[in-house]
Design a protein. Structure first.
Length: 163
């Protein structure tokens, strides 16, 4: 059963599938107590509905003023991002987005990885395009820098079918 689930997730990562497909995979993974797989399926279902935003993130090292410990890369961290918006007073305005690091359980200070972002307020991110540089914050100081590598809009509802 685990092998079949992995195969279906791999196929769904390569081919467009509706959010319901990911939701069904999530249910199956939870029934098999495969929490990591279930969390990934939940993340992918969200992306189908809201769009995919991927970036190459490099965290600052501890010596550069970055974090002291590794961060969880499995969608739990909700850092703030400077994506170019300004506050009414002209100062920096940051936006909140969850973070999922692809292929690694987490990131240590000074490390880099391709990450997926799940913005809390998607409309604030609509102007972000591949090649844009954004900064990640955990509090005031910069924690990392990311270059946007992909933006995929949400799938069009009504044309979705479970394969």
């Amino acid at each position: 059963m685990d092998l079949v689930l992995d195969l279906l997730m791999e196929i769904a990562d390569e081919q467009p599938v509706p959010w319901r497909f990911w939701s069904l995979l999530q249910d199956a993974a939870r029934q098999m107590t495969l929490e990591h797989s279930a969390d990934w399926c939940e993340w992918r279902a969200w992306e189908v509905q809201h769009g995919t935003l991927r970036a190459r993130l490099i965290l600052l090292s501890t010596e550069e003023g970055g974090r002291r410990t590794a961060l969880s890369g499995q969608g739990r961290l909700r850092p703030l991002w400077d994506i170019g918006h300004r506050a009414p007073d002209g100062g920096q305005a940051v936006s909140l987005a969850r973070l999922w690091a692809e292929g690694v359980p987490g990131l240590a200070p000074g490390e880099g990885a391709t990450v997926r972002s799940a913005p809390l307020s998607r409309e604030r991110w609509r102007h972000v395009r591949p090649g844009d540089v954004v900064t990640m914050h955990e509090g005031r100081p910069v924690a990392g820098t990311a270059v946007i590598i992909e933006y995929t809009p949400p799938s069009v509802s009504g044309r979705e079918r479970v394969p």
